[in-house]
Design a protein around this ligand. Structure first.
Ligand code: HEM
Length: 488
């Protein structure tokens, strides 16, 4: 009897696991041979398992447009064809809805992301530009001060500096504070950066931990900021101002910044919810901004010709009193292509993930994905696929200029900011912030990367999901004279 019990338990467990691991075969999908090896268990135990790399490897297996795999005990369907991925993500309304941004107030249900997207409209961004410019100047002054203190050439980890730059942008624009973490090293946002996101073990945004030890301290910042603005009718042209307007039921798609106060019970968002939105924006923007600037520098500093082209373009800016003009940023086409090429080669979000909410027959196929199952579009693997981008591991910004004519890339294969209704709402904001940092760095410094060091730099999505260089990016900086355009 006592012997039978463990045998029975073992058999039930065995059958349950076998059932899970045969899901795709039973449904008729092309699938990988499922199995758990000792090396897999060892990696998982030591938390060294590289999800992103494993999914990229699965992408490279075989030729089918779809492949069923297993992430631990989760059946996951990988879409290996860009056209099919686009059709699914654009046309599957209601089948893969992400409930994270859904919000219910009284009898009203709405999607917060959709409602808040006017925050990132061009007109709004142009008015927020002063803050971004000031944050860019803080970065440069800080570097110039250390350079002066060291009496000339300076070598430092730019990746770390750029994380501070990104958190300063977030502090100023999302949290609405005149904060400079290059100087205020004990500020809560400084601690957030130095904590290094060790709690991030998952690999997609939808699985970001909902709360961290910082959640409550960040909520206090939001509470003070929002209440101060509401009580004193303060106007500060930033993201927090527009979220506060929305909280009070004010239209944010126009151009007013003034907050018209609503009754407490009619407010659309509680302070807790505003704080959650702010923290979500912080989580999606911190690494994406800093990694894009870092990796753009990493690539261009190995190609003097690219730096030369960028310098030529940047020289055309009017640069009166050392200030940039928002309207001129749009004309920097070569810089645009560099940023896009960085997102292509190093997408900060390597995988788009959707959970199926209502079973869905995949377009132009005989397959149906069931409710509860996960679908993934491995955009890192797609961006590095020779079929879509020639010489994918080469950094070639001009591939986006010649596009299909030269065969350098299939224009619709770039999906670095997502596809369809769930595209990145902050992409124009991100481009503005990234451009300001790069322009100011290139205007003020000669930057040099040690060639032998460059070869050994390890870039990975570890810890997942965000991409970064493992040991930072050591760069030598030497001050250069900048002149307004009319002196050039
Ligand atoms: C180079 C920088 C960035 C890249 C490449 C990027 C890319 C992406 C991608 C691929 C998605 C997922 C879309 C999907 O699931 O279909 C996304 C979502 C999103 N992005 Fe960005 N992003 C960047 C910067 C930013 C910034 C600076 C902000 C805000 C200030 C932002 C706000 C968001 C938000 C709110 C979402 C929705 C997140 C969610 O549903 O969980 N992004 N982004």
């Amino acid at each position: 009897m006592w012997l039978l019990l463990p045998i029975l338990l073992y058999s039930v467990l065995f059958l349950a696991v076998r059932h899970i691991y045969s899901h795709w075969r039973r449904k008729g999908f092309p699938s990988e041979r499922a199995g758990i090896s000792w090396s897999f268990l060892h990696q998982a135990y030591r938390r060294e398992f590289r999800h992103v790399e494993a999914i990229c490897e699965a992408y490279q297996m075989g030729r089918e447009r779809l492949l069923g795999i297993y992430c631990f005990f989760r059946p996951v369907l990988i879409v290996r064809n860009v056209e099919l991925a686009q059709t699914i993500l654009q046309q599957s309304n209601g089948h893969f809805n992400d409930l994270k941004w859904d919000y219910v107030k009284g009898y009203r249900r709405f999607n917060l992301l959709e409602k808040l997207s006017p925050i990132f409209a061009t007109k709004r961004l142009s008015e927020m530009f002063t803050h971004v410019q000031r944050v860019g100047d803080h970065l440069i002054s800080y570097l110039l001060d250390i350079e002066q203190a060291q009496g000339g050439a300076l070598e430092l980890d730019l990746q770390q500096m750029l994380r501070v730059y990104a958190i300063n942008v977030i502090g100023n624009l999302i949290y609405g504070l005149d904060v400079n973490n290059f100087e205020q090293k004990d500020h809560i946002l400084s601690s957030y950066v130095s904590a290094g996101h060790t709690s991030l073990q998952s690999f997609t945004l939808s699985r970001l931990p909902q709360k961290s030890s910082f959640t409550y301290r960040l909520r206090d910042l939001i509470k003070q900021g929002v209440e101060h603005r509401e009580e004193h009718g303060l106007i500060r042209k930033d993201i927090l101002q527009l979220i506060t307007r929305f909280r009070n039921g004010n239209d944010i798609s126009g151009d007013k910044w003034q907050i018209d106060i609503d009754n407490e019970q009619d407010k659309l968002l509680s302070i807790k919810r505003v704080a959650k939105v702010a923290e979500d924006l912080l989580k999606v923007s911190l690494d994406s901004i800093s990694s894009n600037i870092t990796l753009t520098l990493f690539e261009i500093l190995q190609e003097p010709l690219i730096v030369e082209k960028l310098q030529t373009e940047i020289k055309e800016l009017s640069n009166e009193n050392g200030s940039l003009k928002f309207e001129e940023l749009d004309g920097l086409k070569y810089l645009d292509m560099c940023l896009k090429e960085t997102v292509r080669k190093y997408p900060p979000l390597p995988i788009i993930e959707r959970i199926c909410r209502k079973s869905y027959t995949l377009p132009n196929t005989k397959f149906t994905i069931d409710e509860g199952k996960t679908l993934m579009v491995p955009l890192l693997a797609i961006h590095r696929d020779e079929k879509y981008f020639s010489e994918p591991m080469k950094y070639k910004p001009l591939r986006f200029l010649h596009s299909e004519k030269s065969g350098d890339c299939k224009s619709n294969a770039f999906i670095g900011f997502g596809i369809g209704g769930a595209q990145c709402v902050g992409q124009n904001f991100a481009k503005m912030v990234i451009k300001v940092a790069l322009i100011k760095l290139l205007q003020n410094f000669h930057l040099e990367l040690d060639a032998t060091l460059a070869e050994t730099i390890e870039i990975s999505h570890q810890p997942a999901p965000f991409i970064r260089t493992k040991d930072g990016l050591k760069v030598r900086l030497k001050r250069r004279e900048i002149k307004p355009k009319f002196y050039n």
